[in-house]
Every structure is written in structure tokens, then in C-alpha cells.
Design a protein around this ligand. Sequence first.
Ligand code: BG6
Length: 484
Amino acid sequence: VKVDPFDLVVFGGTGDLAYRKLFPALFRRFLDGQFSEPTRIIGASRHDYDGEAFRQTIAKALRQYAPEGTKGEAVDDFLRIVDYVSLDIGTDAGWDVLGMKFPENSTPIRAFYLATGPDRFGAISAQLAAYGLITPSSRIIVEKPIGRDAASAAKINDAIGAVFAESQIYRIDHYLGKETVQNLMALRFANALFEPLWNAAHIDHVEITVAEAIGVEGRGAYYESSGALRDMVQNHLLQLLCLVAMEPPASMEADAVRDEKLKVLKALAPIDASNAETLTVRGQYRAGASAAGAVPGYPEEVGNPATEIETFVALKVNVANWRWAGTPFYLRTGKRLPKRVSELIVSFRNVPHSIFGADVKILPTRLVVRLQPDEGIKLWLMLKEPGAGGMRMRHVPLDMNFAKAFKIYAPEAYERLLMDVIRGNATLFMRRDEVEAAWRWIDPIREAWNQSPLEPRFYLAGTWGPASATALVERDGRSWYEET
Ligand code: BG6
């Protein structure tokens, strides 16, 4: 379905995110015929390019990051709608040139994507206002990290909020744009089977794993000021937790969904210096073997032998409300783990009594939602093995693989999210109060770690994190889900 014509200005237009994700995503939507004329995409950054030089860099990026679409005239056709303005965020240089791109009668949907560091969000917003570039139907898109704690997040939100209304602000968490993450809502709220059982009476525990095989990939400077808790847990993992734990919203309307997610964030039992030692594990990878061969440890990678930044986090989280009291959520994420896999596992309570005798071990029903890669859903059930030799039982999955089942192209997160911005649909974006509530829960964990004499535990690259992460769940008589 086509979207209305729009103008999109990408600040940080010559940055990594723009080249690797944003322009390839826009290109794919363009190829799919989703744009209407006269749509324009304007890169903006300090680089002293002219339009033609910038378009050449985009052409190169598309050949690298969206090669499947770059045959024939496609790239040239796309580049016809791409323009560039060289400007300096901190001064007035170039802003009048940007202003001239928007004559009185230009298309009403005007979107500003801030693919820059968060320290620039306030200055860009102020300049947009000063140059009269914001119209009532303008919208602004910002990327994580929104701050590094609750106080800095509030400051950034204040600065953007000084010139944009909350309804004009789209805060991206690209995990919400992933197909299977959206499917979580379909699974829960479009099937009568699960929701009656979706509570502590029937669910024993929930696991959320977001594992990466890569290290910090040249982002050492950013990562040294962040760490896995800020980089992944505050946003992606907590958002996933919210979608699993929230009450059914009355509709898919943005605020209906966001109100429910906010309630979950507010219900998270605090983790602070009093309990961090039992509820959290932080780790840091050391030189080891990855699938790609030998890799250096984190301290060598960032050139800081004394670094205490965590590259792995495991948490036991309690959602202190009526629905979830007594059902822990185990979260873990890390870099340089054995493989890239994001998974959500819902383990149901076991049957109260076995009629099959002591020889038959009955394993609990498990729902596994594989978010990436090989997106799919598995429901593990106990079933009888075929044969006349008695009641031999096995734990086997009902197995649904999205690629096989649908055989259609699944758009990348940014494709979906960018088009949602143009359509004005904010359901998959974070509201200010959500972001700040998430930080308020994260901050005391960070503080507890800062005060603790304990350093992050080491783990070898290519393993599943420190041994204490295994102990975190084994202490409760459970274990992390392992694909069998
Ligand atoms: C980003 C983090 O938000 O998400 C990165 O900053 C991480 O450190 C990335 O690698 C993971 O995203 P995906 O889509 O590859 O799972």
C-alpha cells in the first residue's frame, strides 16, 4: 500500500546507521513501489559533499547492504529522489540552504530522522524551530540511546519536547519492528489457546535471550560508555518483556498499547544494592574461539586493560503484580556468545500428577518463539512414540517456520518502522514515560554494580557467559533452554 508523499531529512546522513540501515530500508520500500511522488530524501551532515558526491556514496552503500535490488536502473531511479545539504549542527552554517529546500507549497509530511548521537538531539530540534522548519504535521525520529540514565534521558526528552509535541516524536526501538516481535502480539491476542493460561498460575517461568556472536565491532568508544545493560537491556529486552507480560490492550492504538507496557515497567520489582548480587550477573568476554576463529578479549578490543564494562548481563526479574507474582523472568544478553539467536521461552507448569508411572518423565509444555534468525514458533509437547511396546513418551515440538510457512519477503525492522512514521502510526515506538520508567528501573542496578567490589565475571569468547549465569537459574531448580 502506497504512503503519502513525504520529505525525509536524515541528520547524520553520512553515518554508519544511515548507510547500513536507513538508506537500504528506504531503497527497498521504494523498489516495492510504496512511495508516491513527489517524495524526497535529504541527507544532512557536516561533510562537504555536493548532491552528486553524496548520491555516489549512497549508491555504494546500497550495493553493499541491499545488493539484491541494485540491478538495472533501480539505483539511479532511487537516487533521483535523494538530495543532500551540508550543514553544521552547532552553528548556522548550511541551515538556510536546508530551509530553501522547503518552499511554501512543499509536501505536508515532513520527517526529521536524527541518526546522530543523543547529545545532538536538543541542538537539532532547536535549529529546526529557529529556521521555521517545523510544521504541525512534521515528525521527528530519534534513535537509542536516549540518555544513559533517567536524568539524562529526561533532559533529552525535554529538549526535543520543547519544540515537538509528544505525538510528533517517534522513538525507535528497532526490536519492535522485527516481524516476530510483532507476531508475539498476534500469538497472544488472536488465539484463544494461550491467553487463559498466560499467568503465574500456569506459567512457571519465562526466558528472554538475545545472544550475539559478534564483539563490539569498532564501536568500542560508545560501548565503553554504555555496556550491555544500557545498550540492550534498558531498551530491547525490557520492551520484549513488556510485550510478554502486559495486559491485553483494548486495541492496537498507540497509546492503548503503550499504557499497558508502561504498567509492566512500573511493576518491575526493584533491583538495587540489597539484592543485585543474587539477581544479576555481569560478565566480560576474554580471548577465545568464535565461529570465525580466534578472537581477542574485550579489554584488548577496546584498548583498555582495566575496563569494567560488561559485555554480558543475566537478570532474574520479578514482575510484581497480580498476573505474574511467583513467575520469574530470566533475561540474558551478551556479545561473543556461541551464536546469534534471540528467543523467548514460556515454560508452563507441569501436570499435577502423572498417570504414566515413575518410569515416564513428563517434561513441561514449552512455547519457544524464535525472534531471529530462522524465525519461528515451537510448542513442545509430550507425545507417545509410535509402537506397540507400551507407553513410551517423548517431548516433541509442533514446529512452525515463518520462511517456510509464508514464502514471502519479510521486511527488515527499519522498513516497517519508517513507513509507520510516514503513516503516523506510533504503536511500535516508545513513549517518553516508557523510556524514562525503563531507566528508573535500570539505574539502581548500575549503581549497585558501581558500588560493588565485585568485577564482571569473565567468560571465554564463544561460550554462554560466566558460570554464575548458569547458577542464576539452577539455584531455582531450572536451566536455560537449549535447543535439542
Ligand atoms: C543495537 C545495539 O541496538 O542492537 C547493538 O546497540 C546490537 O550493540 C544490536 O548489536 C543488535 O540488533 P540486531 O537487530 O542485530 O539483533
